[in-house]
Design a protein around this ligand. Structure first.
Ligand SMILES: Nc1ncnc2c1ncn2[C@@H]1O[C@H](COP(=O)(O)OP(=O)(O)OP(=O)(O)O)[C@@H](O)[C@H]1O
Ligand SMILES: [Mg+2]
Length: 313
């Protein structure tokens, strides 16, 4: 199946000469949830804004549902719902009117039942007659989501949807996103919460300094992360690693010995290592294990990117 969104060589240099996107290639499949991770200033919002037509690309092409955003903007934009990072809603308008107006902007025919369903699914129905200024921050963010869903989009962009949203509501929002996906909506979200990407996404993309560093199925990524570290605090720091332990993936730093092993392998080698440690006369006073995580991958990718940049300069 053709991807619902196809981004090729997308480049954005802002008017001040700053290049926020350096030729990004990304295909998004219909019905998937893609999480974009990246530090502040990585280019996530720029990428989303370019696809949604809020920022004009300086290079590359984007199609949404086969419509080129440069030549068939209206048709492309109609397929998209956007929840922007910044809360921007008409302060004195009432909630229901705000959402109704958004639907109207897309030329969709009136459908009060749809608006009611959307507001209810976001726990906003009891606030429908309140003005937006009368809402809490988290509620305002949910109004943005209601607006984005008002015209029944095929693709939903969520730019940090859960920033400033409390834990319970965050869970509700995840449930809502899953429900939308079940209805066939494709979802692209950015987040700074790695556990949110872990929880929600089918695929994870990591972006830094305007470059997409990785796009991978989450399950595959998590499997490749199936490495664990066993850290042993030794009673005494040995001068060197005994010859009998050379076959293990071990790192010795002072009195700390770290063994890295694969949790998905049939045998972890821990039992054998313990026996060999005892035979070598090494005693330990404490031990702990640590699972590598998406956060480690994310941080090491971003660090590597930093190092490469510095080396190139
Ligand atoms: N209008 C603009 N003019 C010049 N530079 C801009 C403009 N908008 C964004 N930038 C720059 O582009 C880079 C990417 O910004 P962007 O907002 O896309 O980052 P982000 O990944 O969304 O970050 P965050 O996680 O903080 O939201 C930043 O260095 C930013 O300063
Ligand atoms: Mg942003």
């Amino acid at each position: 199946m053709a991807p619902i969104i196809s981004i090729k060589g997308l480049q954005k240099t802002y008017d001040d000469g700053f290049t926020a996107l350096h030729g990004v290639d990304l295909d998004i499949e219909e019905g998937e949830i893609l999480a974009l991770l990246g530090p502040n200033g990585a280019g996530k919002t720029t990428l989303i804004s370019a696809v949604c037509g809020l920022v004009t690309p300086t290079g590359g092409t984007v199609t949404v549902g086969g419509h080129d955003i440069a030549t068939s903007f209206r048709a492309a934009r109609e397929m998209i719902g956007l929840v922007p990072q910044e809360v921007a809603i008409e302060p004195f308008e009432k909630v229901l009117n705000t959402v109704r107006f958004s639907r109207g902007l897309f030329g969709k025919k009136k459908d009060e039942a749809h608006l009611e369903k959307v507001l209810k699914s976001l726990s906003l129905w009891d606030k429908k007659d309140n003005r937006n200024t009368e809402l809490s921050g988290g509620m305002k963010r949910r109004v943005l989501i209601a607006k984005a869903l008002s015209h029944e989009p095929h693709v939903l962009f969520l730019d940090e949807p859960t920033a400033g949203v409390d834990v319970n509501l965050r869970k509700d929002m995840w449930a809502l996103v899953r429900e939308l996906r079940a209805q066939g909506v494709t979802i692209i979200l950015t987040t700074h919460y790695i556990e949110e990407a872990e929880e929600m996404a089918d695929r994870i993309g990591v972006i830094d300094k305007g470059r997409l560093l990785l796009v991978e199925e989450k399950d595959k990524l998590m499997k490749s992360l199936g490495r664990k570290e066993l850290v042993l605090e030794l009673a005494e720091a040995p001068d060197a690693l005994p010859e009998s332990l050379k076959g293990y993936d071990l790192e010795l730093e002072g009195d700390r010995l770290t063994y890295t092993f694969d949790t998905t392998a049939g045998s972890t080698g821990v039992t054998r290592l313990m026996a060999d440690l005892a035979n070598a006369g090494l005693k330990f006073t404490d031990l702990s294990t640590r699972q590598s995580s998406l956060e480690d991958v994310f941080l090491s990718l971003v660090e590597e990117n930093q190092d490469q940049k510095e080396a190139a300069q």
